[in-house]
Design a protein around this ligand. Structure first.
Ligand code: ASP
Length: 305
């Protein structure tokens, strides 16, 4: 069944994704075309341009994409200076023998591909970063910033009040092909070089035509430790419904000890394109869905676990 499922911040990408799926574009294109507007919108503070910087004031972007037909995948982590990490991730998948590039290597490859370079740190995000530092860092430390040990301040960013976010798109096209894509700046003021679940295939995203796809938002460290996206798909392979698979993965997440903040939202579709979204230890989570026959995408509330 044709379907586009995006998380709440994916709303700005839904029109492009729906237009693409209605024009019979393949699932991978629909995922990429849906995520690109989210990455470009400075109002979406957790993805692409306008995303929160790390502790050093640098925006480091993570993204991954997966093709459920072939189980091929590409990802970038801690990419700086490029506005569409999802497109660079796709080029990694299509042009390299690798699946994941990070940091300078990812930026070098982005340049080689002719990816769109651009400033990703907006004035608003820079001011928020400065204000956060001023609020939390004693003046004597601030004076020496950034030539100070950063670990103690990174621990502070794990407070639930520090913002985070990601966009996820899961698509099944008219041929039954499935794709998953994820893009984020990670959590605000993170330790430089920190990767969350989004660029880690099997954690932040996974797609397999035979069983379905899953993608996560929330505390990436938990989704990495529990291999959440791959687990959901594997549970479906073992015969569970999409809802049962998400609930089983939620139990896995809950069995982890949690020293730091953390809820995770699991977005999933099965091989027939049936959607299910489960917010694990998070409140008021919504998502967007478009399926065959809908005039416009619908906003729905996630179930809670
Ligand atoms: N999952 C993202 C990360 O850990 C952040 C989020 O979705 O809130 O980088």
């Amino acid at each position: 069944m044709r379907i586009v499922l995006a998380n709440s911040v994916g709303s700005v990408g839904m029109p492009a994704a729906v237009e693409a799926i209605q024009s019979d574009r393949p699932a991978l294109d629909v995922v990429e075309l849906g995520i690109r507007p989210v990455e470009l919108d400075p109002g979406v503070r957790s993805v692409g341009v306008g995303g929160w910087p790390n502790l050093l004031g640098e925006v480091e972007l993570d993204a991954s994409i997966m093709d459920g037909r072939t189980l091929r995948t590409g990802a970038v982590g801690a990419l700086r200076g490029y506005v569409h990490p999802i497109s660079v991730a796709r080029r990694v998948m299509e042009e390299l023998p690798h699946v994941l590039l990070v940091g300078d290597g990812a930026a070098r490859f982005a340049a080689e591909c002719g990816a769109e370079a651009g400033e990703t740190l907006t004035e608003e995000a820079r001011v928020e970063w400065e204000q956060w530092l001023e609020r939390h860092i004693p003046a004597d430390v601030w004076k020496r910033w950034p030539d100070v040990p950063l670990a103690a301040w990174a621990r502070l960013t794990a407070d639930p009040e520090t913002a985070a976010g990601t966009t996820t798109f899961l698509v099944q096209d008219g041929r039954g092909d499935i794709a998953a894509g994820v893009s984020t700046c990670g959590w605000a003021f993170k330790y430089p070089g920190r990767l969350g679940d989004s660029p880690i295939i099997g954690a932040g995203g996974y797609a397999d035509n035979r069983y379905g796809a899953a993608a996560c938002t929330g505390m990436g460290e938990l989704a990495i430790r529990a291999s959440t996206a791959r687990s959901v798909v594997l549970y479906m392979k073992m015969g569970m419904t999409v809802e049962e698979a998400c609930r089983e993965a939620a139990d896995d997440l809950r069995s982890l000890d949690r020293r730091y903040r953390g809820g995770v939202t699991i977005h999933a579709i099965d091989a027939e394109g049936r959607p299910y979204v489960l917010a694990v230890d998070r409140d008021d989570v919504t998502y967007w869905v478009w399926t065959e026959g809908m005039e416009v995408p619908e906003r729905r509330e996630a179930d809670r676990a």
